[in-house]
Design a protein around this ligand. Sequence first.
Ligand code: NAD
Ligand code: DAU
Length: 336
Amino acid sequence: MSKILVTGGAGFIGSNFVRMVLLGSDHEVVNVDALTYAGNLENLTDVERHQRNTFVRADIADPAAMDQVFAEHRPDVVVHFAAESHVDRSVIDATAFVRTNVTGTQVLLDKSRIYKVQRFVHVSTDEVYGSLGPWGYFTEETPIQANSPYSASKAGSDLLVRAAVHTHHMDCIITRCSNNYGPFQFPEKLIPLMIANALEGKKLPVYGDGRNVRDWIYVTDHCEGIRMAMEHGKAGEVYNFGGDAERENIFVVKEILRRLGKGEDLIGYVKDRPGHDRRYAMDSSKARATLGWTPRHTFEAGLQKTLDWYVANKPWWERVRSGAYQAYYEQQYGRR
Ligand code: NAD
Ligand code: DAU
């Protein structure tokens, strides 16, 4: 049994990972999250009282706060999800992206070295590789060519992790994954936004010509990959994860409408995202061959599970859209 310090465990992927670890292993979890707009403890209500779960509200870019966390909890492993994660927000203002994604990652690397953490797993993204034309795939050898302020800040964090391996001989692993979807995703990202808008009869804003391509992966398949990389990955290595599910955005949007029984008149084409990457596609053969990982969900099965979840959990996303979810921390833990 290991003690895993999970950063960003109140976010979308982090909360799915925390649940998987608590319910599927005997590891202990210390979940460190600042609870920004994207952090939601209502993502974890089913496991929040689990005896191997501890929650700490703290900012990863605050060295004094992190020192306190590492000194008190002495983690064996760090799995680092915490980030500003939404590309459109980074186009408007990149300040928080640089602070959390770059400075925050370095603070965690420093504390991990000082407190002799055995392994540091850095959760990164396919977006650091840039954009593809109609053919080809990103491999772990593809040069970093980040295009948005978000992906540039993630690329910066990847390079800091690489430097920690090279300079300080730290045991770090970088995972890079394609577009996740599934339960508890904040309804600003394509799939949950389109589902929630369709269910409320609102317009579905499709950027540009709608023909940009993403490789969709069901969130628990990504979480399994991270767990396998954490447990069996080789120090200093990068692992790509993708869902083998390349789809044009307009296909995804029409499929959501079709499955919800709504008309395509809800689709509204809007101005394109500045610098919009055209296509992402992952070659995950290294993770398959060396970790024995494989995504379990087809896009069709994963999308249906996701639709069912958002239909059944309307109060969850209504509380996110109204802002009511932000009072949950104070209700449970008192004022900060
Ligand atoms: P998210 O935005 O849903 O969650 C981010 C979490 O980090 C939130 O709980 C937030 O409160 C927390 N956080 C933000 N700033 C913090 C700070 N300064 N200190 C402590 N906590 C802070 O993000 P997500 O979609 O779950 O993504 C998680 C990680 O996975 C990110 O690193 C992201 O780059 C990466 N990733 C995401 C995807 C995807 O499709 N969503 C794909 C590949 C990689
Ligand atoms: O590829 C991995 C990345 O996937 C992660 O690193 C990011 O954290 C995550 O946000 C996601 O980035 P994208 O920009 O690809 O995801 P998003 O859901 O914002 O957009 C998906 C596609 O849909 C993209 O081509 C833009 C388009 N889009 C998005 C929104 C929010 C629309 O057409 N309309 C929209 O309203």
